[in-house]
Design a protein around this ligand. Structure first.
Ligand SMILES: Cc1cc2nc3c(=O)[nH]c(=O)nc-3n(C[C@H](O)[C@H](O)[C@H](O)COP(=O)(O)OP(=O)(O)OC[C@H]3O[C@@H](n4cnc5c(N)ncnc54)[C@H](O)[C@@H]3O)c2cc1C
Length: 382
């Protein structure tokens, strides 16, 4: 079986590695001149590390990641209003640098099968090639495959072929700044993610291994507003609890990434014949649950198990869509809801944090996390 993966991001690479493991001939086509990721942290929760273990990728990830044991939610002055333990599952919660995960995936791939500078412009079903999809590349090149996996992210071209319509991603009202600081302040404990909530703004810090921390800030602003510079961000968070100002100051301006919080309404159709969507192409979500990549890793495992099952490609893709879409939709909607609650400027969110007992808030968040993190993708297919 010859499969084309469109997009050489984390989803595309993960799917390609998973398919290689079951003996599929797989080629990745990436529009960029190289396979690269931004320097920013990534949390991989136990549902993702379980899937990584099943794909034989957990061990190399453990070598480059930091383990997470607690999530500590604070107010801007540093007072904790909830603390959530994330231990006790079969596999650990991890934080790591995105390029480090990419390197693990690349090491598991045959580099000859990765084609950069290849922009997919569309998919068609060529007459004379049965139901096989044909990929159209910029410059006029066309290649036919037994199946195509669309892993081309938020602005997916393959999504147009599968769904037959174009909707714009929806801006959820806040911008996110991210950076990696090469210093680990002495008072900062490994194993803890901290997130401080203010009025319409948040600041999070997570250790990502190798003496580095990743930080992120979210602030409400209109889609048309220009993003703040490092100096403005520093000035804004100057009075927030340590080491917030220190980690911003330790990050070069050019390494700060700004991303609007975007998602799309959950989609029902992820597959059309022998073409299927995975990752952000299928289920783009706001980052509030840290689940975008985690869901892509689950996608890769489930898809490979279904294709290894021996039925037709169309059936495997149809079953994939049925198995994955409800879970992904719940997470897309959950992430959106948490984002609007956390970014709320109204009194209700602050009242909940100020009045409800810490144990009650921590317990409620822990239950939600367990429902997401305990999931064993593809377990019912073995
Ligand atoms: C602020 C922020 C924080 C996040 N934190 C986390 C986290 O902690 N944990 C987590 O699990 N998730 C997190 N996510 C989500 C995660 O980043 C995404 O879900 C994930 O990167 C999606 O990967 P992807 O490969 O599907 O898409 P992308 O990373 O967008 O990759 C798509 C690839 O396809 C290529 N491409 C696009 N179009 C074409 C084309 N026409 N032809 C050829 N190639 C094409 C692109 O160049 C790109 O390389 C976060 C997201 C944000 C915005």
């Amino acid at each position: 079986m010859k499969v084309a993966v469109i997009g050489g991001g984390i989803s595309g690479l993960c799917a390609a590695v998973a398919l290689r493991r079951i003996g599929v001939e797989v080629d990745i086509f990436e529009r960029g001149a190289a396979i690269r990721e931004i320097g920013a942290g990534l949390s991989l929760w136990p549902n993702a590390t379980y899937a990584l273990r099943e794909l034989g990728l957990l061990e190399p990830c453990l070598r480059v990641a930091s383990r997470v044991e607690n999530i500590r939610l604070r107010d801007p002055e540093g007072r904790e209003w909830a603390s959530v333990r994330v231990v006790g599952q079969a596999t650990p919660a991890l934080c790591l640098d995105r390029p480090a995960l990419l390197a693990v995936l690349l090491a598991a791939m045959d580099r000859q099968r990765i084609h950069t500078g290849q922009t997919c412009e569309g998919i068609s079903l060529e007459s004379g090639s049965g139901r096989k999809p044909c990929v159209h590349f910029e410059g006029g090149r066309k290649l036919t495959f037994d199946a195509v996996i669309g892993a081309d992210g938020l602005g997916s071209v393959v999504r147009h072929f599968v769904m037959g319509r174009v909707e714009r991603p929806v801006y959820r009202g806040y911008l996110i700044w991210r950076g990696v600081a090469e210093v680990l302040p002495p008072y900062y404990a490994e194993g803890n993610i901290t997130e401080a909530w203010g009025k319409g703004e948040r600041f999070g810090i997570m250790p990502i291994g190798n003496g580095k921390v990743c930080w992120y800030a979210a602030r409400n602003q209109p889609a048309t507003a220009s993003p703040q510079s490092k100096a403005q961000l520093l000035e804004h968070f100057r009075r927030w609890h340590p080491p917030i100002a220190e980690v911003i100051a330790a990050t070069p301006e050019s390494a700060i990434v700004r991303t609007p919080a975007l998602d799309r309404p959950p989609a029902w159709n992820w597959a059309k014949g022998r073409v299927v969507l995975i990752g952000d192409a299928a289920h783009p979500m706001t980052p509030n649950l840290g689940q975008g990549t985690c869901q892509a890793i689950e996608d890769a495992l489930v898809l490979s198990r279904l294709l290894a099952g021996g039925g037709s490609i169309e059936d495997a893709f149809h079953r994939f869509e049925k198995i994955r879409r409800i879970r992904a939709a719940a997470i897309v909607l959950g992430a959106r809801w948490i984002g609007s609650f956390a970014q709320s400027e109204g009194w209700a969110a602050r009242w909940v944090r100020g009045v409800l007992p810490r144990s009650c808030l921590s317990g409620a968040i822990e239950k939600t996390f367990h429902a997401i993190h305990d999931y064993k993708a593809g377990a019912c297919l073995t």
